[in-house]
Design a protein around this ligand. Structure first.
Ligand SMILES: [Zn+2]
Ligand SMILES: [Zn+2]
Length: 144
């Protein structure tokens, strides 16, 4: 089956299974549940968030963590150390900045923030190549 890269990420079980198999992973029930859960979240989620969101459906913590790492390793999820923890989010078409609250630790996506990278000689290669993450630190709406 041909996959269309411009399609929005699906959360249908059959599509998720297909994506897992195409990525070379076995399409286990827990991987499908974890992938769907992260895709449906509106912000990057940590292990504890995923376990809480899955509720009764959740396998044990160690399994959820292994699933998250497996999914990130094959590129189905993004992984970033944000705030106080490793967090995971669905793959979208564009890198974006994240906002980390310095009081409660909540992390939100900040896709409206853009950074202009100049052509000066001082920056490391990773900056010129776009291989970096932008984190904004401040106080979130709830804590203000
Ligand atoms: Zn906050
Ligand atoms: Zn994000």
């Amino acid at each position: 089956m041909l996959s269309n890269d411009s399609m929005p990420a699906s959360t249908k079980t059959e599509d998720l299974k297909e994506e897992l198999r195409e990525a070379g992973l076995r399409a286990t029930g827990s991987r499908v549940a974890v992938l769907r859960c992260v895709r449906l979240a509106d912000r990057p989620v940590a292990l504890a968030d995923v376990v809480a969101l899955l509720g009764g459906e959740a396998p044990d913590r160690a399994t959820v963590y292994r699933n998250l790492v497996d999914l990130a390793d094959v590129g189905l999820l993004r992984r970033a150390h944000l705030g106080d923890a490793w967090r995971f989010e669905g793959q979208d078409e564009k890198d974006h900045a994240h906002f980390v609250c310095t009081q409660c630790g909540n992390v939100e996506c900040a896709p409206e923030v853009t950074l202009q990278v100049g052509s000066g000689r001082a920056s490391p290669h990773a900056v010129k190549d776009g291989h970096f993450q932008v984190q904004l630190h401040g106080v979130c709406d709830d804590c203000q």
